[in-house]
Design a protein around this ligand. Structure first.
Ligand SMILES: [Zn+2]
Ligand SMILES: [Zn+2]
Length: 280
């Protein structure tokens, strides 16, 4: 498997010279399986550039987009994902399933003619929307597992495993929320145990608290503890706060690496940045 970051920013896109090294696009991660199956995690603004690549390379199989939840920063790029306007393209779209009895929302709701000029009838590709309620299912050669996270309105963590390797994509998640857990850190550690790459929401540092406590994002230091407890091979800090410049994210990365060295963590720790690809 290969994992490539197309959008690593949390909350809102942050273009500009102060964020160009880390990247300003919102959440989007591409997972390419050994047989070429393409699984896209979230479709924030980062999916626009990935879409251009998909148009150029026209992968023969369907692309699957799995969405952790429907906050704008995780779905807003779908409007500019060029393949969905092509008739020979097929997309399997996995929204976050609504609780039973509640109205199902979808990333396709943006195509409404009001907040975006086009409606869904302009999407001539074959879009197969899958409301997948199972905790575990397959896409191509990969086994997908999902776990509810601690986030206002809900979000799901995703583990993708293939050929003895795995990646866990855990955003948006507040490991220690002020009003009780949906899923405890112990349960999250069990879900991500010994993964080859843990990608986790690490939006905040202590100076962001207490103002942003309860907003559904984690402190970097809590994420480091999770990676140690779960014996992950590598850790990518993800969903960088929009107020953070490149220099500030690099400082967080340096501090995280020093702390993990002191704790004897054998794996790599890095701040996720656009364009970086990790082979598992
Ligand atoms: Zn987010
Ligand atoms: Zn969110």
């Amino acid at each position: 498997m290969r994992v490539t970051f197309w959008g690593v920013r949390g909350s809102v896109a942050t273009p500009g010279p102060e964020t160009s090294a880390i990247g300003g696009n919102t959440s989007c991660v591409q997972v390419t399986c050994s047989d070429g199956t393409e699984i896209v995690l979230d479709c924030g603004t980062g999916v626009r550039a990935l879409g251009n690549l998909h148009v150029a390379s026209r992968p023969p199989g369907a692309v699957s987009i799995l969405v952790t939840h429907h906050h704008f920063d995780h779905v807003e790029g779908l409007r500019f994902y060029a393949p969905i306007f092509l008739s020979d393209f097929a997309l399997d779209l996995y929204p976050l399933p609504a609780p039973l009895g509640k109205k199902q929302s979808s990333p396709l709701d943006q195509f409404n003619g009001t907040t975006f000029p086009m409606k869904t009838d302009a999407l001539v590709s074959k879009i197969n929307q899958k409301i997948e309620r199972r905790e575990k299912f397959r896409i191509g050669p990969a086994t997908i597992s999902r776990l509810p996270l601690n986030h206002p309105g809900g979000a799901s963590g995703i583990r993708i495993a293939e050929g003895g390797r795995s990646v866990c994509y855990m955003t948006d998640d507040e490991l220690n929320p002020p009003n009780g857990h949906i899923t405890t850190p112990k349960e999250i550690a069990s879900f991500v145990r010994e993964t080859d790459l843990l990608i986790h929401d690490a939006q905040y540092v202590p100076s962001d608290y207490p103002a942003k406590r309860g907003w559904g994002h984690s402190l970097v230091e809590e994420v480091l503890e999770l990676a140690i407890a779960a014996r992950c091979q590598r850790l990518a800090l993800f969903h960088h706060d929009p107020s953070r410049t490149d220099e500030q994210v690099f400082a967080i990365e340096r501090d995280a690496r020093a702390r993990m060295r002191d704790r004897g963590f054998p794996g790599d720790v890095f701040a996720a940045r656009e364009g970086v690809s990790v082979k598992l």
